[in-house]
Design a binder for this molecule. Structure first.
Ligand SMILES: [Zn+2]
Ligand SMILES: [Zn+2]
Length: 372
């Protein structure tokens, strides 16, 4: 880029996206308005202070959430929308919450991490003060400062992470995979953890074998779960699940004379519409736990007495905690976790990568990579 143009870009791009200080130029992709493509802008160099650490982003997974934020809303089904503005999100935003990178600088208080080493970043950072944060559930914080949403994400060249405790050592595992574990992997892992102690040896059911469902299957098998059934209406996905090691697969659109009612100690619903929820809740045995992750949308009518009489639990699940993220990275380090297929895309093609995710033109996961 011509020096003059570069200088004027720096001048024009004094944005309040947190974390920006100093003067040298970094090329960051920025969402300047909902519904618009990202703009490449040069911004000031960043410098960590106190407990902060500075990460040079080497990998950043592209997730459906990025696409929803770019659009400005989530589709809730039935024509309903959940707007980002209502969630307190306002451009400029630097997207990207699946981040792995190299530690390039640290504040004086961050003495437990090493410069030059690769880490995955836990992005679901809270206010550190509310009841959720104090209880170790920052991902449920009511004043979140998540990387890639309220705080600069992996579409920046470098990001300041507020504390070194959010860095997880990924030595020995692929940094692209580690990055994707921060969102899809962690979401699946946390949902599995909610199934309770009987789930490892008894029947569990995963509804929906898309990205999250497949990742949940891999994680459950790596954790030693013995009886995992997968339900999906798509025969290709059912076949993939069988190949990956599912104990059984079912077509929820055509159960034939097969009954699934009352047979599972745990169900995770990665679809989240009226049909999947009805199937999932009916499939529970006494004392069973239904975990809902999917956000496809809709509503069901539910008789209340059976909840107490059967008795069952209906639980929502969203991303996961820092502790769960560390456990998941440890699980990956054992080598037992089947690897998700990744496609590396140079970060200069960030807009194209978002387009492809929006249009479903992907196989496996897209991961932006820094050109060296
Ligand atoms: Zn909080
Ligand atoms: Zn995500």
């Amino acid at each position: 880029m011509n020096q003059l143009v570069r200088k004027s870009l720096i001048k024009r791009s004094i944005l309040d996206v947190g974390d920006r200080r100093g003067s040298a130029a970094l090329e960051n992709f920025i969402l300047t308005g909902f519904g618009k493509p990202l703009e490449l802008r040069c911004e000031g160099e960043v410098e960590p202070q106190g407990d902060e650490v500075l990460i040079e982003v080497t990998r950043c997974g592209v997730c459906h959430t990025d696409v929803s934020i770019q659009k400005g809303y989530y589709e809730l089904g039935g024509g309903k929308r959940y707007s980002m503005q209502e969630r307190g999100m306002k451009p400029p935003i630097i997207l990207g919450h699946e981040i792995a990178g190299r530690l390039v600088a640290k504040g004086q208080g961050a003495d437990d991490v090493q410069i030059g080493k690769s880490y995955a970043v836990y992005p679901w950072i809270g206010c550190d003060e509310c009841m959720m944060c104090r209880g170790g559930q920052e991902n449920f914080c009511t004043s979140p400062r998540f990387h890639g949403l309220q705080r600069a994400g992996g579409h920046a060249e470098r990001i300041v992470v507020p504390n070194s405790r959010y860095l997880v050592d990924i030595e020995g595992i692929d940094p692209g995979l580690a990055a994707t574990y921060a969102c899809s992997g962690l979401t699946s892992y946390s949902a599995i953890r909610k199934l309770g102690p009987k789930a490892r040896t008894e029947n569990i059911l995963l509804i929906g074998a898309g990205g999250l469902g497949q990742s949940a299957l891999n994680i459950a098998l790596a954790l030693g779960f013995e009886r995992v059934t997968v339900a999906d209406i798509d025969p290709v996905k059912r076949e993939l699940a069988t190949k990956a090691g599912a104990t059984d697969v079912i077509d929820p659109g055509d159960l034939g004379d097969r009954s699934v009612g009352g047979q599972f100690v745990g169900v995770i619903d990665f679809v989240g519409n009226a049909k999947s929820a009805t199937l999932g809740i009916e499939a529970l045995c006494r004392g069973g736990i239904y975990v809902i992750v999917g956000l496809l949308g809709g509503q069901i009518e539910l008789s209340l007495p059976p909840i107490a009489l059967r008795p069952i639990a209906i639980v929502g699940s969203l991303t996961g905690t820092l502790t769960e993220f560390r456990e998941l990275i440890d699980l990956a380090k054992t080598g037992r976790l089947n690897e998700t297929e990744l496609e590396l895309v140079p970060r200069r093609l960030t807009n194209e990568a978002l387009d492809r995710v929006r249009e479903g033109r992907i196989r496996g996961r897209l991961v932006l990579t820094r050109e060296t």
